[in-house]
Design a protein around this ligand. Structure first.
Ligand code: 5CA
Ligand code: ZN
Length: 425
């Protein structure tokens, strides 16, 4: 699948475009609950997998928050001298997408194609650096089917009899097959079971060995899309194994960071990691670090497609909003915190952006190198973009008050903010 156009290389870090070099990045790891080094120790290749959208109701501010968060990571890595290999999927076949297509009388392929295009346009507008590999499940069915066959061959998959008139033979993954199961979320069984029911699992389905066992391959049902896969029969992939198969094929194991919103910790990232660890039993954990962004709320509730309380990036753009102000609103929040989208936040960001633009246009200001150093330091410490924003605020206030004699400061701060925060000033 086509991804989206990259920002102008001059607006990105790396390749000596900013003086000096960024610091090694530390991130909060969900699996350990502690800060840890993210990415290679010395400049090298950093492998990032971030779960992509299920293409309907794209792109709301919650989605945007997640992709901007991991874009900050990619930029900090580039600034530290790494080559970033970034892979992202599109869940273009899954129950909620099919349900929405049926409910609205649209072909599911058309719905997905139209929503993915909207997402591409929104990501481009938000200056998000595109993944090198952007893959839909439809394109990856063979890959996923091969992973499911491998699990069956390894004795780490089993078939379940049909229930409620459904066909026999849906394939499930026994969570007991992975000795490290539970390591990503660290949750107890009762919490796992509740989340499984809430987030696409089927803990009450009879015939499973463990209520938590997730679906790997769903045997074809009338009216549902299906693919004929050797050894599996007609059907379609389960959700978690899709991301595992794509990540293993395009990044290998371990990936440096597996990312997504915090609603993916369990079951999605727990199951995805277990699939990979069983498929490659001697390759260590699936990811060296699991990173999860906070949830964005609207009117006191998590922004979600099921609640319908959405603010769409495309609507803001259509209303004439500067995407740089939207991105600044996002980066002024800490990526791991839950936060609330409000009109006041956007208005503040608009005002802040205007102030920054006026400040960098001044003929002189306080030392720009100190701002670059402070922004790098804040980003390296668990992507503290709000700390970086405060540093730029302080500099801009001083510059606008006429302080400082550095004639290069405006240009350096403009390049710092554009390259590291991805906010075009
Ligand atoms: N296709 C799957 C991942 S393989 C999926 O979760 N798609 S999604 O469209 O539902 O979400 C895409 C990304 O946005 C996920 O990382 C999810 O955690 C994140 N996300 C969804 N809602 C919010 C929200 N309200 N706030 C922050 N992030 C969110
Ligand atoms: Zn995923």
């Amino acid at each position: 699948m086509r991804s989206w156009p990259a920002p102008d290389p001059h607006d990105l870090p790396g390749a000596g475009r900013l003086p000096g070099r960024g610091l090694p990045v530390r991130l909060h790891d969900t699996a350990t609950g502690a800060l840890a080094a993210a990415g290679p120790a010395a400049p090298g290749r950093a492998a990032l997998y971030v779960c992509g959208i299920t293409p309907y109701d794209a792109t709301h501010l919650g989605h945007a928050n997640t992709y901007v968060a991991f874009d900050l990571l990619g930029r900090a890595w580039r600034d530290a001298g790494h080559d970033v290999t970034y892979v992202q999927n599109v869940t273009d076949v899954d129950d909620p997408l099919l349900e929405r297509a049926t409910a609205t009388g649209v072909d599911w392929r058309e719905l997905a194609a139209e929503q993915v295009q909207l997402f591409r346009d929104d990501m481009t507008a938000l200056s998000v650096v595109p993944p090198q590999e952007y893959l839909g499940v439809v394109e990856a069915v063979d890959l996923v089917a091969a992973a499911v066959r491998d699990l069956l061959d390894a004795g780490a998959a089993y078939r379940v009899p049909g229930t409620g008139g459904g066909p026999d033979g849906d394939v499930y993954f026994p969570v007991a097959a992975d000795p490290a199961f539970g390591q990503v979320s660290g949750l107890h069984a009762a919490a796992m079971r509740a989340l499984s029911a809430e987030r696409g699992g089927d803990p009450d389905r009879p015939g499973k060995r463990d209520p938590l066992d997730p679906l790997l391959w769903r045997v074809a049902r009338p009216g549902e899309p299906s693919w004929d896969a050797a050894g599996l029969g007609a059907g379609r992939p389960g959700w978690h194994v899709e991301c595992t198969a794509i990540a293993l094929q395009h990044l290998g194991m371990p990936v440096d960071v597996q990312g997504g919103g915090s609603d993916l910790v369990f079951p999605h990232h727990e199951m995805g990691a277990s699939h990979a660890q069983v498929l490659r039993p001697h390759a260590g954990p699936f990811a060296r670090l699991y990173a999860h962004s906070g949830m964005v709320a609207l009117d006191g509730e998590k922004m979600s497609k099921s609640r319908g309380n959405l603010v769409l990036v495309s609507r803001l753009r259509a209303a004439g909003e500067d995407p740089a102000a939207v991105r600044l609103a996002i980066v002024s929040q800490h990526w791991r915190e839950d936060w609330e989208w409000t009109g006041a936040l956007l208005a503040d960001s608009r005002e802040r952006l205007a102030r920054w633009r006026a400040a960098v246009a001044r003929p002189a200001g306080p030392d720009g190198a100190a701002v670059l150093a402070r922004v790098r330091e804040r980003l390296a410490e668990d992507l503290d973009a709000p700390g970086a924003v405060r540093a730029v605020d302080a500099w801009a206030d001083a510059a606008l008050a006429g302080a400082g004699q550095d004639p290069d400061a405006g240009d350096l701060v403009r390049r710092t903010v554009t390259a590291l925060l991805g906010v075009a000033v």
